[in-house]
Design a binder for this molecule. Structure first.
Ligand SMILES: [Zn+2]
Ligand SMILES: [Zn+2]
Length: 421
């Protein structure tokens, strides 16, 4: 029987060790935390050679990585025979470490059940690190959520604790280097699991934890794909020739389309536009919105790029369907903006969801994408689904007389990145 492995990653101060601890308790798994190992002097005695390399200023990144990986491998080997698996946090960081971890999992017959990335803002991260108290003897650390003994003493050895100082500048550098490094590792590890998501690290500890559980459960239900390819043909358009592929749901017969340009198979950073249908804008050239122009612009850009995909989703009016969209239009004529109108008829401003996009990208064997959008909500939702969005490309169109207010609302209320409005 294979054992379970969950990987929790996050920048310094993301609270990954705390979450790993909770998850390990909840799933009854062991817990290996690189940060805790690193700060534990008794482990430094256990692995003197490795620790010397890790702490040496002269050691290269590669040597340090190798030493860290040796310790992790030995610690994994020492987990109890009866263990059902473990949660690891703070490792792997670099690509070589990710590769090493895969070798370790194969040797120990572990299956990666999930990769969880905790993303705090720079401010939150700094605030957490500033509040931290560290025990120099055993490596324990304490925070507001996990307070030490009164007077600032370690719970395990009553040692007087020290403040962990880190300057905002140092942290900022660390923060971005770390994000860049783990992005590479995550891309590699994703080949070994379908469950990879991130959660906001700005909420408090218990909310972050319940978000993690919620997403793990969600993922289990959605393990099987829903949309599969049904038909394919060449389509000549004003903007060039595309492969038109039609997908249908296994559950409710709904369908979506993909217009594919060039060879996208096994591609990274593939140019993608995800367009939700807008009958009025796409077909009738309505001037109420910018959908038609955006659609045509993206086809043009994909054609010029010689490679890319336009995914056309049949979800009308940000997911509220055409009946309600027409209702909302009438309310807008009476002076409400697009967000207010949706709310008046009982819908949130944004109902679109993108789980089908994951199925379509998987079918096309696309590994990561460069997304044409001005809409940050779209990026969050896709990342949530485990889609790697490497970059977003703005596709702004010149505002016209009738859609100025609409675009202004998109910018002001829905945080779209628009600068021409
Ligand atoms: Zn201690
Ligand atoms: Zn539209």
């Amino acid at each position: 029987m294979s054992k379970d492995l969950y990987i929790i990653l996050g920048v310094p101060g993301s609270g990954k060790t705390t979450q790993a601890f909770h998850l390990a308790q909840y799933l009854k798994l062991d817990n290996l935390s690189w940060g805790t190992i690193y700060r534990n002097p008794s482990l430094a005695e256990k692995y003197p050679k490795e620790f010397k390399t890790i702490k040496s200023k002269k050691a290269s990144d590669k040597d340090r990585s190798y030493a860290i990986s040796n310790i992790i491998e030995k610690e994994v080997e020492q987990l109890s025979e009866t263990s059902n698996g473990f949660i690891i946090d703070g490792y792997p960081r670099r690509l070589t470490e990710a590769k090493r971890l895969i070798r370790i999992t194969k040797k120990g017959n572990y299956n990666i059940r999930g990769i969880i990335i905790i993303n705090p803002s720079l401010e939150t991260s700094h605030k957490r690190l500033k509040e931290r108290l560290i025990c120099k003897r055993c490596g324990n650390y304490y925070s507001e959520e996990n307070p030490p003994l009164p007077g600032g003493f370690c719970k395990d050895d009553s040692q007087k604790l020290n403040k962990a100082y880190i300057s905002p500048e140092t942290l900022k550098d660390e923060f971005y280097i770390y994000r860049k490094e783990i992005a590479q590792s995550i891309r590699y590890l994703q080949k070994y699991t379908d469950v990879c998501f991130d959660v906001s690290g700005d909420d408090d500890e218990t909310i972050i934890f319940s978000n993690i559980l919620l997403k793990l459960r969600d993922r289990k239900q959605r393990d099987s794909k829903i949309f599969s390819r049904r038909s394919k043909a060449k389509l000549e358009t004003k903007f060039g020739v595309f492969d038109l592929i039609a997908y249908q749901s296994e559950i409710d017969y709904s369908y979506h389309l993909a217009l594919v340009k060039g060879d996208v198979k096994r591609g990274n950073g593939i140019l993608i536009r995800i367009h939700s249908s807008c009958v009025t804008g796409d077909i009738f050239a309505s001037e109420r919105c910018d959908c038609g122009d955006q659609l045509h612009n993206s086809l043009k850009l994909i054609h010029e790029n010689r490679k890319g995909v336009l995914i056309y989703l049949f979800q009308e009016g940000r997911g509220i369907n055409i009946i309600n969209k027409v209702k909302a239009y009438e309310l807008q004529r009476k002076g409400l903006d697009t967000v207010e109108a949706n709310e008046r008829i009982g819908f949130p401003a944004e109902m679109r969801e993108y789980s089908m996009v994951k199925d379509i990208l998987d079918d096309l064997h696309i590994k990561s994408i460069k997304l044409m959008t001005n809409n940050p909500d779209k990026i969050y939702k896709l990342t949530d689904l485990g889609i790697i969005v490497e970059e977003s490309v703005s596709i702004e169109v010149q505002p016209g007389k009738h859609n100025k207010k609409y675009l202004y609302t998109k910018r002001a209320k829905m945080k779209h990145k628009l600068c021409l409005v």
